[in-house]
Design a protein around this ligand. Structure first.
Ligand SMILES: [Fe+2]
Ligand SMILES: [Fe+2]
Length: 208
């Protein structure tokens, strides 16, 4: 669905659909964190203590590193667009195509693994957190639509650059989309981490 774009310079987007499963205030775009009733384990296992917990395992560290990589990729893309808007930097197009394609592709694969393996397995550990997995599932659907917007606007810039046209206005719009996506992605990753990692620590669960 989301493919790297090394050759053609274009980024393939995803399906653009939302799920309407939960109250509006818990939507990815509107919430400012997990609601209290879904923080039962997050309160017991604060983030600062995760790495020192004996149940914290290598695969959990690897999974958190993937999240860090997504954040860093997006920061790099945003910095590239800002630099282009400042000074029309050479090399912006190839770097934009390369890193956008990689981010879209990797993030899509990451969601697929979570949807197919992590979420079904982890929600069985604690019935108090069933709604937390509905929330994460809704996030993935919402992010799918935002990934589609990101791919579309990235392609608009790449197309202008490929045709030798002025890409400044499109790059300005892309910066807005990239920055909005950063907000949505950070919200999802933070909340997902505060659901999954405390389950690992409480139950000794393995991310596999
Ligand atoms: Fe996720
Ligand atoms: Fe994730």
């Amino acid at each position: 669905m989301h493919r790297p774009c090394a050759q053609g310079g274009m980024v393939a987007g995803g399906r653009g659909w939302h799920s309407g499963f939960m109250t509006q205030k818990l939507n990815l775009e509107l919430r400012s964190g997990l609601p209290e009733h879904l923080r039962v384990l997050a309160e017991k296992y604060p983030r600062r203590d995760w790495y020192g917990n004996p149940n914290f395992n290598d695969l959990t560290a690897f999974w958190l590193d993937r999240h860090l990589m997504f954040r860093e990729l997006l920061d790099r893309l945003i910095a590239g667009t800002e630099a282009f808007l400042d000074a029309e930097t050479a090399g912006y197009g190839p770097e934009l195509a390369r890193y956008s394609g990689f981010l879209l592709n990797q993030l899509h694969g990451h969601h697929q693994i979570e949807d197919a393996h992590y979420f079904p397995r982890f929600q069985a550990f604690d019935t108090r957190l069933v709604q937390a997995f509905d929330l994460l599932d809704g996030d993935h659907h919402a992010l799918d639509a935002h990934l589609h917007d990101l791919a579309d606007q990235t392609n608009a810039v790449l197309q202008k650059l490929a045709n030798g046209g002025a890409a400044r206005d499109d790059a300005g719009r892309l910066l807005t989309v990239q920055q909005a996506f950063k907000g949505f992605l950070n919200r999802h990753l933070m909340d997902e981490e505060e659901i999954i990692v405390p389950i690992v620590l409480e139950y000794g669960a393995e991310l596999e």
